[in-house]
Design a binder for this molecule. Sequence first.
Ligand code: SF4
Length: 358
Amino acid sequence: MVKYQDIKSLTSDELKKWLRESGEKSFRAEQIQNWLFRGQVKSYDEMLNVPPSTRDQLAAAFRIHSLTEADCSESSDGTLKWLFRTADGHHIETVMIPANDRFSVCVSTQIGCAMNCAFCRTAKMGFTRNLEAGEILEQIIRVNWHLKTLSEDAPEVTNIIFMGMGEPLMNLENVHRTCCTLHNQKLFNMGRKRMTVSTSGVVPRIKELVDRNTPCCLAVSLNGTNDEMRSRLMPVNKTWNLEALLAATDEYTRRTDNYVTFEFVLIKDITCTEQAAKELVRIAAPRRCKINAIVLNDSSDAELQPPEAEEIDRFLEIVRAAKIQITLRNPRGRDILAACGQLAYQQRKVEHADTKSA
Ligand code: SF4
């Protein structure tokens, strides 16, 4: 028996097996997945070439959708943020960032997160559970539904970033399934370079990602240029230190012939100093990598503050002087709490307050 509840979580082979075991024709799997991922239908009733009896069987066994929209807010810069409620009553977030002809979607992979990074709101929620592949895919499908409401010939989502709530590599099985469905030429047909999985540094899973040949690019939240700094900000570093992490990214580059993106949060007097800039150069110079720097957004830790503009300029100047490719990303959607976990965290606080006052 298949363990997934959402039909979109199933691989084609799993769906064929279920159909066979249910007395249905296995070739229906292709038709059903076409409706789910190309047609992106809202109900089983729309699967016109699937017999009603089969549709009834499917509906009795699997949810076709797992999320409901609890909130959607638009930033002044066009970034959209959704708060979705899962079938078991939790909240996750999805952010869409439009830029020129690109629509990038940042998806959540877990409800909460266990990694406990010091600068992150999601960390304060703790970990509840992994999302199914169907729940991750549905975030993308729902953004496509939204784009369709804007115009009939609207483009679909072009890029996926696995960098919302949760540590994607702690849910590798479902992230892998999601990437394979997105990459499948008959379904979403999304190129490997258009999907980026970001990790806080779960070293053994980086190797597993390569072993599985998951169709995606790799980003690593570096956020520290030595073990002391990194362990303070990201407890994962106490398990897999910087040396182990960089060895894993080197192996990734060697085996995939792809570069790694290092994410780097600029925090006043901690990561945004001249010393840190020089250490970052030492890390990046011998490697095929790009660096995305982002200024600390609203942090739950009062000790962590964003740096001044001059400090940021000085930091970038040192790194760029060494010919390292570094981009300062605009923190999109600041006015709608678009940094990871902020909206769901806020929602949980409201629910807790409601429970207490009830
Ligand atoms: S930054 Fe990412 S990995 Fe770290 S606690 Fe937040 S969601 Fe988890």
